[in-house]
Unconditional design. Structure first.
Length: 190
């Protein structure tokens, strides 16, 4: 399967200490969420571990990777820069570690989410938001909700993000808006 120790070594080389420790904490939270919801905890752990593998790439490195993996050039626009690392990271780990499609989706969409998110995408996205190294207004509610409902917790996280951006007079990414709408509709049907 996956050689977790080798992946950790690779991450230590590729990431700053801050980002590496964030990745370890995110992986632990993902494992805990997976166990809580009866999902494959090893798959959740290893996926969350590499979710930010391309986060610290420069614009130039992003450009090279987008060309190498023939990804959508729109990832290079200012609006999409924050989300590019997920898609680049997914392409990178597909080649390097042969991750399954479900895992690749979780890495690609962990920042903004998407409609029809699979369990793993929900788990990784939420773990990334609530890992113990994070501390901001509303996080305790996010952590509490995470073990009650993945969808409601992720919706709450995204809505909090939207409020923060609105306060700073910044626009929320269309992908995140779509995810919020989809989660609201999904929860309403339950």
């Amino acid at each position: 399967m996956w050689d977790v120790e080798k992946i950790k070594e690779d991450l230590k080389e590729a990431l700053s200490e801050y980002r590496y420790l964030h990745s370890l904490r995110t992986a632990e939270v993902a494992k805990d969420l997976a166990e809580h919801y009866g999902y494959d905890s090893k798959k959740a752990y290893v996926t969350a571990l590499v979710h930010d593998i391309a986060k610290e790439y420069s614009e130039e490195e992003n450009q090279k990777m987008i060309q190498k993996y023939q990804l959508d050039e729109a990832l290079l626009t200012e609006e999409n820069q924050k989300f590019a690392h997920g898609f680049i990271g997914a392409a990178l780990v597909k080649e390097k570690y042969h991750f399954e499609e479900e895992m690749l989706e979780a890495i690609a969409y962990h920042t903004a989410g998407k409609k029809d998110m699979n369990w793993l995408t929900n788990i990784v996205a939420l773990a990334d938001k609530i890992e113990p190294g994070k501390d901001y207004e509303g996080i305790e509610q996010e952590r509490k909700l995470a073990f009650e409902s993945l969808e409601e917790a992720f919706l709450y996280c995204l809505e909090m993000k939207q409020k923060k951006l609105e306060k700073r007079k910044k626009l929320i990414h269309p992908q995140t808006k779509e995810t919020i709408y989809f989660l609201k509709m999904t929860i309403k049907k339950q």
